[in-house]
Design a protein around this ligand. Structure first.
Ligand code: SF4
Length: 377
């Protein structure tokens, strides 16, 4: 989530607004939304204040070189900061549903907190209303979104109402779908395409439960996956490549192929070096290039079972060349960077690059500039 410097009209409320250019306000204004009008000069600020004085209570001016027209933001005038919830020009779009969670994963990038945060649902629905564009794909993330029960369904329904062309992805550990009541509340009668991104970390309970630090989570997750299948939902399994998982990766791939053939896709993901991963560095920091044989073996097993798969958050130079065709650019725009080795690299355009905070954590492998025409083993 971007936090950008901005100066606001005094008394501007810390509620969701849409950013609009001064010249566009007449065309975009509607009484049902709140607008921050980009005002670059004293005259433009005076113009916005005149609109407000004339009765347009839902406009306020903002001065910021960093904000873009169409941004959906929450202004914080007390600290001269705008929190950007949605930006049209981004490649990836996501809304944050809750910071609460019922797991405690070793490598969690967003360590959960127990506090009441139901206001995030209202904020998400407000953001959905304020978006002037409909992204192709919108992620709903947390924390654990299933803890919201019917409130999660309310958010899904709001996306379907305001942005019917948008497909959704929900990142969830799936455990609560083991309860028929939760599955029924969220999934019954769902008429819009939603893909459920569910992590699975082992072929046996002791591995998965250790990684997510929750006894019984493996059985619940498998029951949740079966509930999703019973509701004909699309599933992407997610496997974060930390050491305890890499140790059993080929076995896990075989387990998926034999027992969960209905999943649409398996995503094998480099670990994000932040949050709990920093605290559990001995287990989470891996040099992916040293695990190339294991990654290839797991990919072979998945291929043998005809399970589609891809690699995410892994730079191309960290992967064996044979896996490049299934590597994707996956890191959200605002946290994606490249290193000096990338400047001259010929495959940069198709490479996931690095998380912005790798300098406080680690790189997923020693980087290697790929020269023109070069083939690496
Ligand atoms: S050097 Fe940089 S751009 Fe090239 S493959 Fe490695 S991480 Fe990607």
């Amino acid at each position: 989530m971007r936090k950008l410097t901005a100066t606001f009209q005094p008394a501007c409320e810390a509620l969701v607004h849409r950013v609009v250019g001064y010249a566009e306000v007449a065309a975009e204004w509607t009484p049902h939304l709140r607008f921050l009008v980009k005002a670059e000069s004293m005259e433009e600020r005076a113009g916005v204040e005149a609109l407000k004085d004339a009765g347009l209570a839902n406009v306020a001016w903002v001065q910021s070189a960093a904000l873009q027209d169409g941004d959906v933001v929450v202004p914080h005038p007390d600290r001269d900061e705008a929190v950007v919830l949605m930006r049209e020009s981004d490649t990836h779009h996501a809304l944050f549903m809750t910071n609460r969670c019922n797991s405690y994963c070793l490598m969690c990038s967003q360590p959960p907190t127990p506090g009441e945060d139901s206001w995030l649902v209202a904020e998400a629905i407000d953001a959905i209303r304020h978006m002037r564009f409909s992204p192709k794909l919108l992620g709903l993330t947390g924390g654990e979104p299933l803890l919201l029960g019917a409130e999660l369904r309310r958010v899904i329904d709001a996306v379907a109402q305001y942005h019917p062309q948008t497909r959704m992805e929900v990142l969830t550990n799936g455990r609560l779908f083991a309860h028929p009541q939760v599955a029924s509340t969220i999934l019954d009668g769902l008429s819009v395409p939603v893909r459920w991104l569910v992590p699975l970390y082992g072929h046996a309970d002791f591995v998965h439960d250790f990684v997510v630090q929750a006894h019984g989570a493996y059985d619940e997750t498998l029951a949740g996956l079966l509930a999703l299948q019973a509701h004909r939902q699309a599933i992407q399994l997610r496997i974060v490549l930390i050491e305890p998982v890499l140790q059993v990766l080929p076995e896990l791939a075989g387990f998926i192929g034999r027992n969960l053939p209905f999943v649409r896709e398996v995503a094998l993901m480099g670990c994000e070096p932040t949050g709990f991963a920093l605290a559990n560095r001995a287990l989470c920091e891996v040099d992916l290039s040293a695990w190339g044989d294991t990654l290839e073996q797991a990919a072979r097993v998945l291929r043998r079972h005809a399970v589609p798969h891809l690699f995410m958050n892994a730079p191309l130079c960290a992967l064996p060349r044979t896996l490049w065709p299934v590597a994707s650019r996956s890191i959200s725009d605002w946290k994606n960077v490249y290193a000096s080795e990338c400047d001259r690299c010929t495959v940069k355009a198709g490479c996931a690059g690095l998380f912005a905070w790798h300098e406080k954590g680690w790189k997923p492998a020693p980087l290697k500039t790929i020269e023109a025409g070069e083939v690496i083993a």
